[in-house]
Design a protein around this ligand. Structure first.
Ligand code: ADA
Length: 580
C-alpha cells in the first residue's frame, strides 16, 4: 500500500553507528543514545562501507535524531522499515517500539511517545548473528546453507509515516483480464465512515471508475465490480491502473492509500502456464540484490540498468532468488512487464554442509520452525500480493526434499500459501530431481540443474544427456505439470578465454547456456528457463568461490560477458507466447 496523502519523514542518509562485538549495548542502555564517531549510510549493508566491518556478523547499533513538527500532533506515528536485519529492535525516545526477524520484508511499529516540535531519538539494534534456525540458516559468516554473502544492516529505506486515527490497514486486490475487480479493504476506526473508491489510468488523468460508499463499518469491507474497457496487463503491454481508496468522515478526507494494479489472470492447465488465456514461456534469470559497496541494497539507477539489460537480452521473467526483493525492484517488474516468481528467504542449498541428516529432520519437523517459515511467507505475500508482475510463488529453494520430513514441510508451506492467496500457482526450486519427494505438491515443477558443471564437469553434452533422462522420467510421473528450469549455468571469470572451451572460461559458460537452451526449448513440457545468474555476486568465502559467484551473464558492475551476446540472439528468438 502506498500513499501520497500520509505525511512522511524519510530517514535515509547518514546515521551514527557502533559495532557491539561484546553484545553489551542493551545492558549499557545504548538505546537511550550512544557515543560513537562512526557513521554509516542508510539504505545499504554495513559490510562494504568500511573494510573493518566487511566480515563482521553480530550486533551493531544505529542512531538518528529527527525533528517532528507540532502539525503532526493529532496523527499516529509509525516507523516503517523496508528491509533490515537479520533481527531488528527499535527504540524511540528510549522506549522500545518493537522487534522483527527477517531481512527482506517490510515491517512497521507504532510510536506512542513522540516529542512534537522537538527532536526525537531513534535507536536501532541490528543483529545478524548466524544461526541454524534463521531463514536462511548458517553457522558462521563463511559456513552457511546459502551461496550468497551474509550482509547485515538497514539494507533498504526507512521512514516515519503519520496516519489519522481512522486508517486503512491493508488491502487485497484480485483482478481478471476481463475487468473483474475484487478488493477487500481492512480499516481501523472508532466509527462508521464513508469510503471513496477510484480507479485511474496510470497517468492519473482519466477516472475509469468512481464509487462513494456511505456508512461503512470499521473492519473488512469487500468491494467487487466488473470494470469495462480496461486493458489487460501482459509482458508486451504492462498496462497499470491506480486504485485509490479513501476514508471520508463528515466530508473530511481522513486517509487515502493507493495500489498500482493490473488486470490479468494466471492459470495452470494442459501442462502450460496461461496468462490471460494465453500460454507463456518464462525466459530470464535468477537474480540477486547485490552491488559493490551498497551490499544488499540495489540503488534505483542499477535497477534501471538491469531492466534495460534484461529487456535487451529478450528476457521476460525472473525469480526473486532467494528472498523477496525490494519494492523498487518489483515496481520495475510491474512497469516493464516482467513475470516474477516470488520466493522467501527459505534457502537451503548447502544445508548438508552445516547440519547432519538427523539435525535436518529435527529442524524441519519442529512446529515453531514451520510457524516461522509461514510468517516469512505471510509477510512476503502481504507486501507483494497486489502486483500484476508476481505470477507465481516459490516457497523454498533447494531444500533437501528427498527427506520425507522435509517434503512434509514443503507440503505445509504450499498449502499455507494457497490459503493466503488462492489466485496464484505455487512451486519450489528443487535440486533433487528424480529423488525429490515433494514434486507432487506443487502446480509447476521447478528444477535447478548444473550437469556439465558440478557433475559431468568439462563434458556439457554428457551432462545434458543425463539431465534429459531425468526430465523425461519426471515428465512421465507428472505429465500435467509444466516444468521450469529455474537454474542452470556455469562460472566464467571475466577475460578468461579458452579454445576449446574449458571450465571457468567465458566460452565454456556461453557454450553451456547455449546448449541447454537449444536442447530444452525442444521439449514441449519445458515452459521456462532461468539462467543462473543475471550478474556475478558476493558469496561467503569457500574453496569453490573466488569472492564472487561468477555465474553471472554480466559482471557485478553490470558489464557483459561473452554469454550476454549469445543470450541476446537465443532469448529474442524464443516467443513469449507458446503454441497451445
Ligand atoms: C544453487 C543455488 C544458487 C547458487 C547455485 C550455484 O543452485 O540455488 O544459490 O548457489 O547453486 O551457483 O552453485
Amino acid at each position: 500500500m502506498r500513499s501520497w496523502f500520509r505525511p512522511r519523514i524519510q530517514l535515509d542518509g547518514f546515521w551514527k553507528f557502533k559495532v557491539d562485538r561484546e553484545g553489551i549495548g542493551e545492558k549499557e542502555k545504548w538505546f537511550e543514545g550512544f557515543v560513537s564517531s562512526d557513521l554509516i549510510y542508510v539504505p545499504s549493508s554495513w559490510n562494504e562501507q568500511n573494510p573493518e566491518w566487511d566480515q563482521y556478523t553480530g550486533i551493531a547499533w544505529y542512531q538518528k535524531d529527527i525533528y517532528i513538527d507540532t502539525n503532526l500532533r493529532n496523527k499516529i506515528a509509525w516507523i516503517v522499515f523496508k528491509g533490515a536485519g537479520y533481527r531488528t529492535k527499535v527504540w524511540v525516545n528510549s522506549i522500545s517500539v518493537g522487534e522483527h526477524e527477517g531481512s527482506f520484508t517490510e515491517f512497521k511499529f507504532r510510536i506512542d511517545k513522540v516529542s512534537y516540535g522537538d527532536f526525537n531519538r531513534i535507536v536501532v539494534k541490528i543483529d545478524n548473528t548466524p544461526s541454524i534456525d534463521a531463514l536462511p540458516p548458517a553457522r558462521e559468516v563463511n559456513v552457511t546453507a546459502f551461496d550468497f554473502f551474509h550482509y547485515g544492516g538497514i539494507h533498504r529505506p526507512v521512514y516515519l509515516e503519520f496516519t489519522d486515527s481512522c486508517y486503512i490497514d491493508d488491502m487485497t486486490v484480485y483482478t481478471k483480464a476481463d475487468g473483474m475487480l475484487k478488493t477487500s479493504i481492512d480499516t481501523v476506526c472508532d466509527r462508521v465512515f464513508d469510503l471513496r473508491i477510484e480507479l485511474l489510468d496510470k497517468e492519473m488523468k482519466k477516472v475509469v471508475l468512481e464509487e462513494y460508499i456511505r456508512n461503512v463499518k470499521p473492519g473488512r469491507y469487500v468491494y467487487e465490480k466488473k470494470v469495462n474497457g480496461v486493458k489487460p496487463w501482459n509482458p508486451e503491454e504492462p498496462n497499470l491502473y491506480i486504485l485509490v481508496v479513501e476514508i471520508v468522515i463528515d466530508g473530511v478526507l481522513r486517509d487515502s492509500i493507493y495500489e498500482r494494479i493490473g488486470f490479468r489472470d494466471i492459470e495452470i492447465k494442459n501442462g502450460r502456464i496461461y496468462l490471460n488465456e494465453k500460454p507463456v514461456f518464462l525466459k530470464g534469470f535468477g537474480r540477486h540484490e547485490d552491488f559493490p559497496v551498497t551490499g544488499k541494497y540495489l540503488p534505483g539507477a542499477v535497477l534501471i540498468r538491469d531492466f534495460y539489460l534484461m529487456k535487451k537480452i529478450g528476457a521476460n521473467s525472473f525469480r526473486t532468488s532467494h528472498y523477496p526483493y525490494s519494492d523498487e525492484h518489483l515496481d520495475l517488474a510491474d512497469e516493464f512487464g516482467f513475470m516474477v516468481i516470488l520466493e522467501p528467504s527459505t534457502c537451503y542449498s548447502g544445508i548438508g554442509r552445516i547440519l547432519s541428516r538427523d539435525e535436518i529432520v529435527k529442524l524441519f519437523s519442529r512446529d515453531d520452525y514451520i510457524a516461522k517459515a509461514k510468517k516469512f511467507v505471510e509477510e512476503m505475500v502481504k507486501q507483494h500480493k497486489n502486483r500484476p508482475s508476481v505470477i507465481m510463488y516459490s516457497v523454498t529453494n533447494e531444500p533437501p526434499s528427498d527427506i520425507p520430513e522435509v517434503a512434509e514441510f514443503i507440503k505445509k508451506l504450499v498449502q499455507f500459501v494457497k490459503e493466503l492467496d488462492p489466485s496464484r500457482p505455487v512451486t519450489f526450486a528443487s535440486h533433487r530431481s528424480v529423488a525429490d519427494l515433494a514434486l507432487g505438491y506443487v502446480d509447476v515443477i521447478s528444477l535447478n540443474y548444473y550437469r556439465g558443471w558440478y557433475s559431468e564437469w568439462g563434458d556439457i553434452d554428457k551432462g545434458i544427456e543425463v539431465m534429459l533422462k531425468e526430465l523425461e522420467e519426471i515428465h512421465r510421473r507428472f505429465p500435467d505439470k509444466p516444468i521450469i528450469i529455474t537454474e542452470f549455468g556455469a562460472d566464467a571469470i571475466t577475460g578468461l578465454h579458452s579454445d576449446p572451451p574449458q571450465m571457468w572460461s567465458e566460452e565454456y559458460q556461453a557454450e553451456m547456456l547455449k546448449k541447454y537452451i537449444e536442447t530444452l526449448t525442444k521439449k514441449n513440457y519445458i515452459v521456462g528457463l532461468h539462467i543462473w545468474n543475471f550478474a556475478d555476486f558476493r558469496t561467503p568465502q569457500n574453496p569453490g568461490r573466488t569472492i564472487l559467484n561468477r555465474k553471472g551473464v554480466f559482471t557485478r558492475d553490470r558489464q557483459p560477458k561473452l554469454s550476454a551476446l549469445i543470450m541476446k540472439d537465443l532469448f529474442n528468438k524464443i516467443p513469449t507466447h507458446m503454441q497451445q
